[in-house]
Design a protein around this ligand. Structure first.
Ligand SMILES: Cc1cc2nc3c(=O)[nH]c(=O)nc-3n(C[C@H](O)[C@H](O)[C@H](O)COP(=O)(O)OP(=O)(O)OC[C@H]3O[C@@H](n4cnc5c(N)ncnc54)[C@H](O)[C@@H]3O)c2cc1C
Length: 311
């Protein structure tokens, strides 16, 4: 039985409607207004706003600071937290800090390796991995205890999420097995890596449903609109763990350059429409990288607007 929290995302999922989230990538400067501007672009079209944690291992405004800003705007942030940069003291401290501002949804991640970011010589921490982070948040929430043993009264009421990549090696069944470990650790919702190979994703979901995991965890499909054939080729060849079928690259390249962005949006909308029929799927996580202004159009065209209201 999943623990109930004050998380709006959890409440939306409880209505049975498809949940919709999108992300804000914080800026590489102290420009806090940029976070607010991006959040304002999408706020009426999503149930919660993920804030990435130094994604691609590139240094930015911290996820916690940006989430507090979004919370103060009266919106629902999803605190993304990677274990790459902070040890267990810092992670637990940030969870307590987030909860003290009423942030109650988080995504527990290992994080992109620093070697690929803008500080390749940075020391990595990885004191905990994503599964241990999930266990830690669950312990703090359900037992009121820190890893060091200290017990406390005011507990973080976190709806606990994590990521899954159905397309990483060695095969789909192993990706479900890794997800099952996260479920056993206490994860309640999953946001997946960007999906372009729909057949492989359906295979992933079938194994997940056959194992009954959809009864224990709410899976949201990751959707990233392509801006052009250049992005399609880059993701196909350069981004590890990404599965972009040749037909997508051909389709994006088959329209004139000035129509490719529109084709990318068409593709994203079609993908959502098709995935709505997949058993066990509970929502969509739209990662429109530096293209947040297109989220409203995708949500509307995919028939996911207006968003349900919850108390
Ligand atoms: C929705 C979403 C949001 C993301 N947001 C961010 C972000 O904000 N910041 C950022 O830096 N990155 C982010 N990423 C990237 C993500 O953190 C990386 O892709 C990372 O490699 C996988 O993270 P994870 O938490 O899913 O990995 P995990 O499931 O924890 O696994 C990490 C990798 O190591 C392997 N691994 C881990 N432990 C073991 C083990 N014990 N034995 C064998 N193999 C193991 C896994 O198979 C996997 O390949 C995001 C990814 C997604 C899908």
């Amino acid at each position: 039985m999943s623990v109930t929290t004050p998380s709006k995302l959890q409440k939306i999922m409880a209505t049975g409607a498809f949940a919709v989230t999108s992300e804000v990538g914080p800026p590489r400067s102290a420009d806090g207004k940029a976070v607010e501007e991006k959040a304002n672009l999408i706020k009426d079209y999503v149930d919660a706003i993920n804030v990435t944690d130094n994604q691609t291992a590139v240094c930015r405004i911290s996820s916690l600071a940006a989430c507090i800003r979004i919370k103060l705007m009266g919106l629902e942030p999803v605190l993304q937290m990677v274990t790459r940069d902070r040890n267990r003291i810092a992670l637990q401290s940030d969870i307590l800090g987030a909860a003290s501002f009423g942030i109650n949804t988080m995504l527990c991640l290992t994080g992109d390796h620093q070697q690929f970011g803008d500080h390749p010589k940075a020391a990595n921490v990885f004191d905990l991995d994503s599964i241990q982070l999930i266990q830690t948040v669950k312990m703090m929430r359900d037992e009121g205890r820190l890893l060091g043993g200290h017990e406390f009264d005011v507990r973080p009421q976190m709806f606990i999420g994590a990521a899954a990549n159905p397309f990483a090696g060695p095969n789909v069944a192993m990706r479900v097995a890794r997800l099952a470990k996260k479920v056993a650790a206490g994860v309640q919702f999953i946001q997946t890596q960007c999906i372009y190979n729909l057949d492989k994703f359906k295979e992933f979901m079938k194994i997940l449903v056959d194992r009954g995991l959809h009864e224990k965890v709410s899976v949201m499909a990751g959707i990233t609109p392509m801006k052009g054939v250049g992005m399609a080729k880059y993701m196909q060849k350069r981004v590890p763990g990404m599965d972009v079928p040749d037909e997508i690259v051909r389709r994006m390249g088959g329209v004139p350059k000035d129509k490719q962005a529109e084709e990318g949006l068409n593709l994203a909308v079609e993908q959502i429409e098709e995935l709505k029929g997949v058993e066990g799927l509970r929502g969509f996580h739209i990662m429109a990288i530096e293209w947040e202004e297109k989220v409203p159009e995708i949500v509307k065209r995919a028939g996911l607007y207006p968003r349900p209201q919850v108390a």
